[in-house]
Design a binder for this molecule. Structure first.
Ligand SMILES: [Zn+2]
Length: 113
């Protein structure tokens, strides 16, 4: 968090943080600091499914094996379809929302639907 990105609107570097946002002093554009950080990470991050296909935000995937959810008695069944995934940082690269809640999954247990 040491560098502040240039304004995505006008490209000027005269920007400053304001809470969880950045503000551009030149054009007045405001944008979310969190979104800026995660979209940069996504650009650099390459996540592949069990078949080696690239996964990206919004992809639909299917579980290729039963997965026990850590810290709960829930098991996500093989063949479960997940509509819209989100690629995130960390050991479990895929963030998704299902009926049972929000889960972090490993891309190697998924395949693109
Ligand atoms: Zn600007």
């Amino acid at each position: 968090m040491s560098t502040i990105p240039a304004c995505p609107q006008c490209g000027m570097e005269n920007t400053y943080p304001d809470g969880s946002q950045f503000v551009c002093a030149d054009c007045g554009h405001e944008w979310s600091a969190l979104a800026a950080v995660s979209s940069e990470d996504n650009a650099a991050r390459i996540v592949r499914d069990a078949n080696g296909n690239l996964l990206s935000d919004g992809d639909a995937v299917v579980l290729v094996k039963d997965l026990k959810v850590k810290g709960s008695s829930t098991t996500l069944k093989q063949g479960t379809k997940i509509k819209s995934i989100r690629i995130v940082d960390g050991d479990h690269e895929v963030d998704c929302k299902m009926d049972g809640g929000s889960f972090m999954l490993k891309a190697c247990y998924l395949k693109k639907a």
